[in-house]
Ligand binder design. Structure first.
Ligand SMILES: Nc1nc2c(c(=O)[nH]1)N[C@H]1C(S)=C(S)[C@@H](COP(=O)(O)O)O[C@H]1N2
Ligand SMILES: [Mo]
Length: 369
């Protein structure tokens, strides 16, 4: 029996060897913008330039009727309006958020989805109520193990109609200081970032940071819904796969000099200059960043900027004597858990958690040109 949605049931696929970016990918790319790389210069990303990823539509939420339900395996279910949530004790945490699909468009073969290059990252000061405090007020049942977080956005994905929902174990929630956020950089959340309320799970890839949050259900088993099945590292469509969780270490170079309009190749005048960038990891603080100015043949250790907080990226810089010619700049991060940014990370069908380094092509013109 057909429900008329058969044309929307196509499974996820990877691009054919010579297949260029499709119109579907372009449409997603123009809705979901990246961080302009030069804005890596800011400790806190200017709010409108923080990357955006929205699976369906940005929902139209009326803040006067919005409620947050905390229900399921709890002693005292809660129903809070926005004023009540805003009146609760709040914390502000500086968090670097990255989409699990960052870097996907450069994979070979390319998984068809939002075609990110490197810019699906940003840092914000998020203000909200600790998730732990809400759970404490509701009184979590002893047998509870998990949470299901539900957003107000609704869509269909590979044939499955759904509200955007993610599961998070109580253990992972506790270990990550998750916040139920109502402000971004000191102002109410903008619509595209989850107005009026979203979850922020510091250190985790973006998919767990549920926007337009309106329900937190305490559960006694892991959530097996679409988004938790989709975000897994699989070689083949039918594989069980490992779930995507924390952010792998990554360093990005702030593009030096000035760009060529079409190719974004950089032009840097010859002579001494300083290369800068940002590095982060959701597993442990970044301890070291190395930079190569010869396409990965040799590496030098960069200096690290001030610590901006446990969950925020760290600036790095290194002097460079720009000699006339073409150069490919690269950077790689090492974190305190022993994880190293791999230059050739393992491919997976979703194009998730790929932290291959980003070559930045620089042309240094001859002296006097
Ligand atoms: N409700 C809802 N929450 C969501 C999403 C979504 O589509 N709907 N996208 C997720 C993904 S995949 C990412 S990477 C982050 C992006 O957050 P941002 O748009 O504020 O940068 O939000 C996550 N939370
Ligand atoms: Mo994402």
């Amino acid at each position: 029996m057909s429900d008329g949605l058969d044309s929307l049931r196509a499974p996820g696929r990877v691009a054919a060897p010579d297949e260029g970016i499709t119109i579907d990918e372009l449409r997603l790319a123009s809705r979901n913008h990246a961080l302009p790389m030069e804005l890596l210069r800011h400790d806190v990303t200017p709010t409108g330039s923080h990357y955006v990823l929205t699976h369906y539509d940005i929902p139209d939420v009326d803040p006067s009727t919005w409620r947050l339900d905390v229900d399921g395996a709890v002693e005292r279910p809660l129903k809070l309006d926005l004023a009540a949530l805003r009146a609760m004790p709040a914390q502000t945490v500086r968090v670097t958020m990255e989409c699990a699909g960052n870097g996907r468009a450069a994979l070979i073969p390319r998984p068809l989805s939002q075609p990110w290059l490197n810019g699906a990252v940003g840092t914000a000061d998020w203000t909200g109520v600790p998730l732990a405090l809400l759970l404490e007020r509701a009184g979590v049942a002893e047998e509870a193990t998990d949470l299901v977080l539900t957003g107000l956005d609704h869509g269909i994905e590979r044939g499955t109609e759904q509200d955007y929902q993610r599961g998070l174990s109580l253990a992972d929630a506790a270990a990550s200081d998750a916040l139920v956020v109502h402000e971004m950089n000191g102002v109410p959340l903008p619509p595209q970032h989850g107005f009026p309320v979203r979850l922020v799970v510091p250190g985790w890839y973006g998919m767990g940071n549920v926007k337009w949050l309106h329900r937190i259900t305490v559960a006694t088993e892991p959530f097996a819904g679409f988004q938790n099945r989709a975000y897994r590292l699989r070689q083949e469509a039918g594989d069980e796969g490992e779930p995507v969780s924390r952010i792998e270490p990554r360093a990005l170079v702030e593009p030096p000099g000035f760009p060529d309009f079409m190719t974004r190749t950089r032009v840097v005048r010859p002579g001494p200059t300083t290369l800068r960038g940002r590095a982060w990891s959701g597993w442990a603080p970044v301890e070291r960043v190395e930079v190569s100015t010869d396409d990965g043949t040799t590496w030098r250790e960069a200096g690290l900027g001030p610590d901006l907080g446990r969950w925020a990226w760290r600036a790095f810089d290194i002097p460079w004597e720009a000699e006339p010619g073409e150069h490919s700049l690269r950077a790689r991060a090492y974190d305190g858990s022993g994880r190293v940014q791999r230059l050739d990370p393992a491919w997976n069908r979703g194009g998730f958690a790929n932290n291959a380094d980003q070559p930045v092509l620089v042309v240094v013109p001859g002296r006097g040109s």
